[in-house]
Design a protein around this ligand. Structure first.
Ligand SMILES: Nc1ncnc2c1ncn2[C@@H]1O[C@H](COP(=O)(O)OP(=O)(O)OP(=O)(O)O)[C@@H](O)[C@H]1O
Length: 411
């Protein structure tokens, strides 16, 4: 009898052992599956990063190639001769007869076509696009932008200055006449990337019901001699046609850097573009309906001529946001998001020191994406924490322990 009982007990213990073991193995299996999923996610993220960096490297390489080449001269075809030759007038003056390149088809070239010529040989290198197409030169024209001052977080002092210097002269020009002072023609916003400079320019255009014309300094510096200056003229002409209007020149330092003594033909082209900008600024009326807003990350290298009275004579610093400003920016970018009650934007704001408004926008978008990926209709605190990590990782300055852009530029 005793033996029988012992045997039953052994069997019970054994099956308990087996059940425990199965449970352990199942847990382990789940753990491994989770780890596998994590690794797969990380691999996907790394792949994304790799593609992004590759794309950036390609872009930088083509930029380097472009900068290494000497600028080309712009010419216009006056006549197409029967023997595969063209009569060309170059922007530098004289007319020439040159051979039509073999790569050109008849339809590519007719009287009036603009072409790029090699500076030395004056050989035709390529046909260039119509000067009427602003998007080719990175120009962005918005007839009435929708950005509002309430879409901008943490820049109240800067917005007040913007209202006084750009908004008021456009909405109440008589006030300036009455008092007898000239309003500023242009103001300069300076600060690290992604801190809201473009946003401010768009908001003031919206408030004054003005057209918003954006040009990027580095896009104005073309590979064709004389093109930069022509584009500047065209931007001002367009602004006049569309007035009231705000011309926003981003990366002003690309054309407005202090003039150097040593100069390559590339430098001279940049200088010609700057001279044209200065002369256009001197030419337009401070009480008119066109206002200029420049933006730069490098005010320290700007040519002093740009900062003289009657040009960019108001300078407004747009800094990296402090904690309160970050919280305001988080509030703005989450106002249409479906958030769980456990979310503390205050806590997230404290965790995101050295993050710009653009980084904050990226964090909110990433948090939303995580909720979508997990098939939820509300965003949790956990999503925000993961998003902060992800944005930190993708920020090269943080990744490699470099100084922040503000530290570099404004030390
Ligand atoms: N102060 C802010 N408040 C709200 N959103 C902001 C703020 N700053 C930046 N952002 C967000 O970041 C995006 C990029 O900002 P913006 O283009 O204004 O930066 P920027 O200072 O002009 O940068 P860059 O010097 O690179 O041209 C904006 O569209 C907005 O979504």
């Amino acid at each position: 009898m005793d033996k029988e009982e012992d045997c039953e007990e052994d069997e019970d213990n054994f099956s308990k052992y087996l059940l425990d073991r199965v449970k352990q193995l199942e847990d382990r299996c789940k753990e491994l599956k989770d780890t596998k999923q994590d690794i797969e996610n990380k691999m996907r993220d790394e792949e994304d990063k790799k593609i992004k960096f590759k794309r950036e490297a390609r872009k930088l390489k083509s930029e380097v190639d472009r900068l290494k080449k000497p600028p080309l001269v712009v010419g216009t075809v006056l006549d197409v001769l029967d023997d595969d030759r063209l009569v060309i007038k170059s922007t530098t003056g004289p007319k020439f007869i040159v051979k039509t390149p073999d790569s050109f088809e008849d339809k590519d070239i007719k009287s009036g076509t603009r072409v790029a010529l090699n500076q030395q040989s004056l050989g035709v290198v390529e046909a260039i696009p119509s000067p009427k197409d602003p998007s080719v030169y990175g120009m962005e024209v918005i007839n009435s932008p929708t950005t509002d001052y309430t879409d901008i977080g943490g820049l109240n002092k800067q917005i007040t200055e913007l209202k006084e210097t750009v908004e008021l002269p456009l909405t109440k020009p008589d006030k300036f006449k009455e008092i007898g002072i000239e309003p500023p023609k242009g103001i300069l916003l300076y600060g690290p990337p992604g801190t809201g400079k473009t946003l401010m320019a768009k908001a003031v255009a919206n408030k004054t019901e003005a057209s918003f014309i954006k040009v990027v300094g580095s896009e104005l510096v073309q590979k064709y001699i004389g093109e930069g200056a022509r584009l500047v003229r065209e931007v001002f002409k367009l602004a006049e046609e569309k007035s009231p209007s705000i011309i926003f020149i981003d990366e002003l330092d690309a054309i407005g850097a202090r003039r150097q003594k040593s100069s390559t033909s590339g430098d001279r082209e940049v200088q010609r573009t700057l001279m044209q900008l200065l002369s256009e600024m001197d030419g337009f009326d401070a009480r008119g309906e066109v206002k200029l807003i420049g933006a730069t990350n490098r005010p320290d290298i700007l040519d002093k001529a740009l900062l003289r009275p009657g040009r960019f004579d108001r300078i407004i610093k747009v800094p990296m946001p402090d904690k309160d400003a970050r919280q305001q920016i988080f509030d703005i970018h989450t106002r249409n998001m479906n958030l769980e009650d456990d979310i503390s934007l205050e806590k997230i704001s404290s965790m995101t020191e050295e993050h710009s408004g653009a980084d904050i926008k990226a964090i909110t978008t990433e948090a939303g994406m995580l909720a979508i990926r997990n098939d939820r209709n509300k965003v949790k605190m956990e999503d925000f924490l993961k998003a902060v990590e992800k944005v930190k990782e993708s920020n090269p300055a943080e990744q490699f322990g470099e100084a922040s852009s503000e530290g570099l530029m404004f030390a």
